[in-house]
Design a binder for this molecule. Structure first.
Ligand code: ADP
Ligand code: MG
Length: 360
């Protein structure tokens, strides 16, 4: 079991474009990943997720700061000394070797005897549903099966730490869901400290014990999936976590659209954005709207049916927002509708800095 600590870890690259100066791919990252935890770095492309993972793996050397495994400083250690296993987006199997040999390869390198190798491959192949495929070559496998072989090869040597960089990105949507559950299941069985990288917030939410939302080389917020969803510390985190994405309205528009909200906002400064999750806004049945003065009228521009839910794209004074449309209402695109919500469900962010404003 391995606990990993990053203290003020930074990485600066000389820019590929010389005129642009240096790139701060990681800025003073400080985080403790507990032993046996599933931890994820999540954020948009280019925010420094892979850099963070490569620093932990030892594939990159920190420009500054310290990395510790179970208390001992590994900042300058080679990847081999850290005993980490890594799985990437492209699964780089040996094409000329069978699935069995691909999985057994790390043990062969270590000089593990044949009988022990066979036993270990058999066990891990059973866990990952690969037993019937052991004689095949990688080209005879589907994308999901290949990724499973890559996972097996990484896990077979029982590493101290398991690192994965966007391992599901090359799979189609359905397989991604399957493999996602598989990864969580294996983790629960093996309990190896696992650090995962993805740009997909949903993947991060369902897999992780805790996650760090990254932005421009820094950790913007670190917490459990529910903490980042329910209690985002910045507008960036509020917008990044959750699907469909949170509604953001300039304070003045929000107060006009929802008159009841105005009272709650009166204590706030004027440079404020109001945010509410689409799940927390609903359309009022037009036949009832005469007796209900919850909101001003908004225009229903588009209906989006997903099967489980129906989302309306609404427009109010050039501002767009999403709301849940109850399935029993037959409202058409182009209709003027009123919305209902609980003013307590709004969050506020400074429109200048994006920081959460909790005054209200
Ligand atoms: P992510 O994995 O979140 O997409 P990366 O960690 O790969 O982001 O990259 C973070 C930033 O560092 C990007 O701006 C990227 O262009 C830059 N970068 C990454 N590796 C190098 C490198 N070897 N040389 C120069 N810049 C790099
Ligand atoms: Mg990356």
């Amino acid at each position: 079991m391995t606990k990993i600590e990053l203290s003020n870890v930074s990485k600066t690259f000389a820019s590929r474009d010389r005129s642009a100066g240096s790139v701060h791919a990681a800025r003073a990252l400080s985080v403790t990943i507990e032993s046996g935890e599933f931890f994820t770095f999540v954020g948009p492309s280019g925010c420094g997720k892979s850099t963070a993972l490569n620093l932990i793996a030892g594939l990159e050397t920190a420009s500054d700061g310290e990395i510790r495994f179970n208390g001992s400083d590994v900042t300058k250690s080679a990847p081999k000394e850290r005993d980490v296993a890594m799985v990437f987006q492209s699964y780089a199997l040996y094409p000329h070797l069978s699935v069995f040999k691909n999985i057994a390869f790390p043990l062969e390198l270590r000089g593990v005897e044949k009988q022990q190798r066979e036993k270990a491959v058999d066990e891990i192949a059973a866990t990952l549903g690969l037993r019937t495929l052991l004689k095949r070559k990688p080209k005879e496998l589907s994308g999901g099966q290949r990724q499973r072989v890559a996972l097996a090869r990484a896990l077979i040597r029982r590493p101290k730490v398991f690192l994965m960089d966007e391992p599901l990105s090359n799979l189609d949507a359905r397989l991604r869901l399957e493999m996602r559950s598989e990864i969580r299941r294996i983790f629960l069985e093996e309990k190896i400290t696992t650090i995962y990288v993805t740009h997909d917030q949903e993947e991060a939410m369902v897999l992780s014990d805790r996650l760090a939302v990254m932005r421009d080389g820094s950790i913007e917020q670190c917490g459990t999936p529910l903490e980042t969803y329910n209690d985002p510390q910045s507008q960036f985190v509020a917008e990044f976590i959750g699907s469909p994405p949170v509604n953001i309205l300039p304070g003045e528009s929000a107060a006009k659209l929802f008159p009841k909200l105005a009272a709650r906002m009166s204590s706030l400064s004027s440079n404020i954005n109001a945010a509410i999750r689409p799940t927390k806004v609903s359309v009022i049945d037009p036949s009832e709207s005469k007796v209900c003065d919850d909101s001003a009228y908004a225009n229903l521009r588009l209906l989006e049916m997903t099967g489980e839910a129906c989302w309306g794209h609404l427009e109010f004074e050039d501002q767009l927002l999403r709301a849940r449309i109850p399935a029993e209402l037959s409202i058409r695109e182009g209709a003027s509708v009123r919305l209902k919500c609980d003013p307590a469900d709004f969050m506020f962010f400074s429109s200048e800095t994006g920081a959460r404003n909790r005054a209200a």
